[in-house]
Ligand binder design. Structure first.
Ligand code: GLC
Length: 431
């Protein structure tokens, strides 16, 4: 049954993609330009439609170690009674998920009703006309949400998704081996003291490396774009952070294997007990508590740069309705459920993810399951967004490719900074 369904979908997808390519060729053959459907023409989701929904809803998203996507789909199905929700995993990392989603959207695939969208994709997806306008849904919930999470769904004064959970980086540390870090410099120094003290983070060539790098860059006082939106990454702060990270790999503060790690491999490496520190997201708390390290690790906000301040990078995932959704009302019903204050408490209690609903952080039951909820809220509120742009993926690629070149020893910090600035300028000029 499922195979038949996906088989026919695939055929449909290929046909549509072939037609789109043919149309594109035709248009370019005429010397014209295909105007993207764009945000202006997007249809709006109807907030009232969720109440009468039925049928099934397919929610497509990135691989998820916390279990929150599957768990929310199951809880919704049980609570709703009329609509069945299913979670379909597409892609192991955020970059892979984006590629998969873009392929589907470009082919006008009807496979997914809801896309779990990384906070960095809103401008790109909305500008392409790929999503339903969710302004009315978001307006109705806005007062109880952390303002920065709402901002991540905005493009041209409309909201294109509903915030589901937010994210801020944390440092996990083994209390019997290493001290709670106050500065990155202190963390790296402690990590180098003994082989079992080392630091693991996300150093593979992908979005996670951009995040790990920007967390340090922001706390060192650097930035990617300045207040006017001009490229400002060619700075002494960028050189300093690149040299610091690269030296950390040379002197053993960080294990070289981090160059292959995204979130899950970093978590699994740390679970071996062979390291002192790990940078990861809040969901790791619950998973780590189910290992032999339970009770012996602490959770700390990201440290400050020496002489500077602490600053994180805002992460998180939103619920966007595909412009090609076949069950729009079912999608609205699912979003209604996932964003209720009640389910937002489960986001923290059952999955150790960061709720977007501010009141959840002071709920007694949440605090019991997530003792660091107060610090987490402070981290979320203090986290800075990544550059907001329809060409953000290209901007990020210019960052992580060049950071990686320095870390893997194939480029000097000086050359990498110049290339980063050039490539970001080119990316910005392309939209
Ligand atoms: C987490 C964050 C997301 C970020 C990604 C990087 O999933 O929530 O915003 O882009 O990590 O790997």
């Amino acid at each position: 049954m499922t195979e038949l369904r996906s088989g026919s979908l695939r055929t449909r997808l290929v046909t549509v993609a072939a037609a789109a390519i043919a149309a594109g060729l035709l248009i370019s053959g005429c010397g014209g330009g295909a105007a993207p459907q764009g945000a202006e023409q997007a249809a709006a989701a109807d907030p009232a439609s969720g109440a009468n929904a039925s049928g099934s809803v397919n929610i497509c998203g990135v691989k998820d170690a916390s279990g929150i996507y599957k768990g929310t789909a199951e809880a919704f199905t049980k609570a709703n009674g009329k609509v069945t929700a299913k979670y379909t995993e597409i892609g192991a990392t955020t970059d892979e998920a984006r590629t998969q989603i873009v392929q589907r959207l470009e082919g006008k695939s009807t496979e997914c009703d809801i896309f779990l969208t990384d906070v960095i994709w809103t401008s790109e997806f909305a500008s392409q006309g790929w999503l339903l306008d969710q302004t009315k849904l978001v307006e109705a919930n806005k007062d109880r949400l952390i303002p920065s999470t709402v901002e991540t769904t905005k493009y041209q004064d409309k909201y294109w998704a509903s915030p589901f959970f937010t994210n801020a980086g944390l440092v996990y540390y083994q209390k019997d081996k290493v001290a709670k870090p106050e500065t990155w410099q202190q963390l790296y120094a402690e990590a180098a003291k003994a082989p079992g003290n080392g630091y693991v983070y996300q150093g593979k060539q992908y979005e996670g490396l951009t995040v790990n790098f920007l967390e340090m860059l922001y706390s060192a006082g650097g930035e990617v774009l300045d207040d006017k939106g001009d490229v400002a990454i060619d700075s002494p702060e960028t050189r300093e952070v690149l040299d610091f990270m690269s030296n950390g790999l040379k002197n053993g503060s960080a294990d070289r294997a981090v160059l292959t790690y995204n979130e899950d491999p970093a978590r699994l490496a740390y679970e071996s007990g062979d390291f002192g520190y790990q940078r990861n997201w809040p969901h790791v708390y619950r998973l780590l508590n189910a290992t032999s390290l339970a009770g012996s690790f602490g959770v700390a906000p990201l440290p400050a740069w020496e002489g500077g301040k602490a600053s994180g990078v805002l992460g998180g995932w939103n619920l966007a309705i595909s412009a090609h959704a076949t069950n729009q009302s079912g999608a609205v019903a699912f979003i209604d459920f996932a964003t209720t204050p009640e389910w937002q408490k489960h986001v923290a209690m059952d999955y150790s993810q960061a709720p977007v609903n501010e009141a959840a952080y002071s709920d007694a039951a949440v605090l019991q399951k997530m003792p660091f909820a107060t610090e987490l809220l402070a981290s979320v509120k203090g986290a800075k967004p990544r550059p907001i742009s329809p060409v953000y993926p290209q901007i990020s690629q210019a960052i992580y490719k060049n950071v990686y070149a320095v870390l893997s020893g194939t480029a000097s910090a000086e050359d990498a900074v110049k290339k980063m600035a050039e490539e970001i300028t080119t990316a910005k000029a392309s939209f």
